[in-house]
Design a protein around this ligand. Structure first.
Ligand SMILES: Cc1cc2nc3c(=O)[nH]c(=O)nc-3n(C[C@H](O)[C@H](O)[C@H](O)COP(=O)(O)OP(=O)(O)OC[C@H]3O[C@@H](n4cnc5c(N)ncnc54)[C@H](O)[C@@H]3O)c2cc1C
Ligand code: FES
Length: 274
């Protein structure tokens, strides 16, 4: 019988510093490649993996690399506590334990054929980045695609080296709350962004990963654009332990975020972002 808790060993191939307290870790399997599912993906965009270090526990992260890439998997980690601090002390070549992928992920088949507005803030970018990679690999299947990505300062915008590549296939809007002297883009989640977004609201979907600027985006952009709540998909973050529906650590309302989610319709959830 397969043990769903069974982790496998991965090696840190590369570490990139993306901001003062965020690092990207490129993970490779000790032997071979990451296994693909029937769609040829190593995870569905929006699913999560549990990464662990012996003696420090484990924590969920949404992979940020292309789900088609089976040679490596990238996680982007904000340093907040025990496990993430231990990860930030790790060096290239060190070993971690990984299990998953778990959860549902974004409904990519439902989103295909529609316009899409993705909204995220700060460290919510990893699952959205994986989704963008999926869309780029299947560009003709999707309508008009927009990313609105907000952060506190320009230094807090993560995955900056991907923006140029993404802009070839999708429209990218970056916003910050505290601009520096080099910043020429929007400040805050401004309603003027609506003028830049051309979608067919009757056939459009939104994807959010937060908490960041989610409520702001909802009121200033998604609702005025006419996207209904049941077409807004939210990737929720909750404290987790088992990751597979056994421990009740991740309960939100009557749902288990690890198993029923982490992606929910906006009208399905209890709107408690913390
Ligand atoms: C589905 C999912 C995907 C995630 N993806 C990412 C990701 O791509 N990158 C990333 O940096 N983080 C991500 N997170 C959050 C990440 O799992 C937590 O930051 C991590 O568990 C903290 O572990 P720790 O041992 O370092 O912190 P702890 O020592 O456990 O806690 C330190 C502090 O962080 C708070 N905290 C712990 N877990 C969470 C959480 N899940 N949400 C909010 N606050 C929390 C605690 O309340 C405490 O204040 C994700 C969480 C989920 C549920
Ligand atoms: S993390 Fe254990 S039930 Fe969800």
């Amino acid at each position: 019988m397969t043990n769903i808790y069974q982790p496998f060993k991965v090696k840190i191939k590369r570490i990139e510093e993306h901001s003062e307290n965020v690092k990207l870790f490129r993970l490779v399997k000790e032997k071979g490649k990451f296994p693909k599912n029937e769609q040829g993906l190593i995870f569905n965009p929006g699913q999560f993996v549990l990464a662990g270090i012996f003696g420090y526990g484990e924590a969920p992260f949404g992979p940020a690399s292309s789900p088609y890439q089976d040679k490596y998997l990238d996680i982007v980690v904000r340093r907040v506590g025990v496990l993430t601090e231990a990860l930030h002390r790790a060096q290239e070549g060190d070993k971690l334990f990984l299990r998953g992928p778990y959860g549902n992920g974004f409904p990519m088949d439902f989103i295909a054929g529609k316009d899409l507005v993705m909204v995220t803030g700060g460290c919510g970018i990893p699952p959205i980045a994986a989704m963008i990679e999926y869309i780029i690999a299947n560009r003709k299947k999707f309508g008009r695609v927009y990313l609105i990505y907000g952060a506190r300062t320009p230094q807090d915008l993560l995955m900056k080296d991907q923006f140029k590549k993404w802009k070839k296939d999708i429209k990218v809007f970056l916003t910050v709350d505290e601009p520096d002297k080099n910043w020429s883009g929007p400040v805050g989640m401004v309603t003027e962004l609506i003028d830049e977004i051309e979608i067919d609201a009757t056939n459009a979907v939104a994807a959010m990963c937060g908490p960041g600027p989610m409520m702001d985006a909802l009121e200033k952009i998604l609702r005025p654009l006419g996207i209904s709540d049941r077409r807004i998909f939210v990737n929720l973050e909750r404290k987790m332990q088992c990751g597979v529906g056994h421990c009740q650590h991740c309960v939100s309302g009557d749902k288990y975020v690890c198993q029923d989610g982490p992606v929910f319709n906006f009208d399905q959830i209890d709107k408690n972002w913390d």
